[in-house]
Every structure is written in structure tokens, then in C-alpha cells.
Ligand binder design. Sequence first.
Ligand code: HEM
Ligand code: HEM
Length: 181
Amino acid sequence: MRVRNTPDRYGLVTKLLHWLTALLIIGLIALGWWMVDLSYFDRYYQSSLSAHRALGMLVFALGVLTLAWRGVSPSPHAVASLKPWERLLGHAMHHLLFFMVLAIPLSGYLISTSAGQAIDVFGWFEIPAVIKVGSELRDIAIEVHFYLAYATAALVCMHAGAALKHQLIDRDGTLARMIWK
Ligand code: HEM
Ligand code: HEM
């Protein structure tokens, strides 16, 4: 399997980055949804929140890496049989997903560092609080984080639904080229 993308195929690096990011985003939405109902005294309250923060920052790093890799190794052209509006919609969706991959962790970072505490990443290192936001901005960051995360759940369903429709009904190899082709 090639490491770099070619004009009609995704390479190994893009595939690994894509599926790792997808797994983490889906897992973090589920974890976030579950953990906000825990009480402060629940035995999983601290551990789930710190895992959520650390994995969320990892998603941010993967997003930056993916964008940098796209600069080094451009994405393949759209599948040739797509209509112009499908091509446009697909590109718009990919850009929106990239935006979410960066914006959700940033809003989460603002919530967690609002009082000036750093983010501990699995005890390996700390990401310092560079901007201290007041409680008003913290509340806005919580709302932004909430809406962006659940909007992303809907976008991912559309994105995955489109990939499955193209693969299984149109049989144009869309999903195959992100997995094995
Ligand atoms: C949270 C999850 C996800 C995110 C953030 C995401 C993001 C992206 C992005 C940004 C691209 C464009 C890649 C590029 O051209 O460089 C892409 C492509 C793709 N994604 Fe996802 N994705 C997610 C989940 C999924 C899932 C669950 C599926 C399938 C079941 C899927 C299937 C695909 C396929 C097939 C492509 C290639 C489309 C093409 O160019 O032919 N993705 N995804
Ligand atoms: C792609 C990455 C992320 C996703 C998909 C995500 C998703 C979510 C979701 C779905 C919730 C529950 C919202 C609710 O129902 O009220 C949540 C809450 C939360 N997230 Fe994230 N998150 C991500 C990254 C981060 C990061 C990087 C941090 C901090 C560094 C963070 C900090 C928090 C905090 C503190 C809450 C609780 C907010 C509250 O008190 O209501 N998240 N997240």
C-alpha cells in the first residue's frame, strides 16, 4: 500500500489519520454525552473528564497533522462519476468536518482552562492555559462546545451515509478507496 495519496487513491497516512480521528470523535461524543450526567462524587467523574480532555486535545493534534499532510500529499480527485453538485457538497462537507475537528477541541480547551488550570495529557505532559476566560465566556464556550459536538454527530451520519450509499448503491468505490483500495 502506498504511503502518499495519488491522484485517484488515498495513501496509508491519510487512511490512518482519517480512521483514528473518526473513532476518537465518535467515542468523544458518546463519552461527553455520558459524562455530563455524572455527579461530582461519581467514581468516574474525574477520570472520564480527564480522559475526555486528553483525547480531545489528541484530536486537535491529529487535525493539524491531517491538514499539514494534505499540504504535502494532496487529496485524490473526486470519484469521476460524481455529478458537479455531489462534488461540491462532498468538498463542503469535508471542509466543515475539518473545521469541527479543530473548533470542538478549542472550545473544550477554553472551558477547561477558564480558571487558569493546565490540561494534563495522560500524565505525559501538560498543555498550559494560555488564555484565561471569565465565567461569562466560559458559559459561551460550553454552549459552543455542546452545539458543535452534536451538530458534528449529525454531519458524521450524513457523511457516513453518503459514503455507504456511494459504495453499496452506486458501487463507485468511494468507501473502498478510503479503506482498502
Ligand atoms: C467523525 C468522524 C469523521 C470525520 C471527522 C471525517 C472526515 C473526513 C474528511 C475531512 C475527509 C476528506 C479527506 C481528504 O480528502 O483529505 C473524509 C473522507 C472520507 N470519509 Fe470521513 N470522516 C469521519 C467519519 C467517517 C465515517 C464513519 C465514514 C464511513 C462509514 C467515512 C468515510 C469517508 C470516505 C469514504 C471518505 C473519502 C471520500 C472520497 O474522497 O472519496 N468517514 N472524511
Ligand atoms: C473532538 C473533540 C471533542 C468532542 C467531540 C467533544 C464532545 C463533547 C460532548 C458531546 C460533550 C457533552 C456536552 C453536553 O451534553 O453538555 C462534551 C462536554 C465537555 N467537554 Fe468535550 N469534546 C471534545 C474535546 C474536548 C476537549 C479538548 C476538552 C478540554 C480540553 C473538552 C472538555 C469538555 C468539558 C469540560 C465538557 C463538560 C462541559 C459541561 O460542563 O457541560 N472537550 N464534550
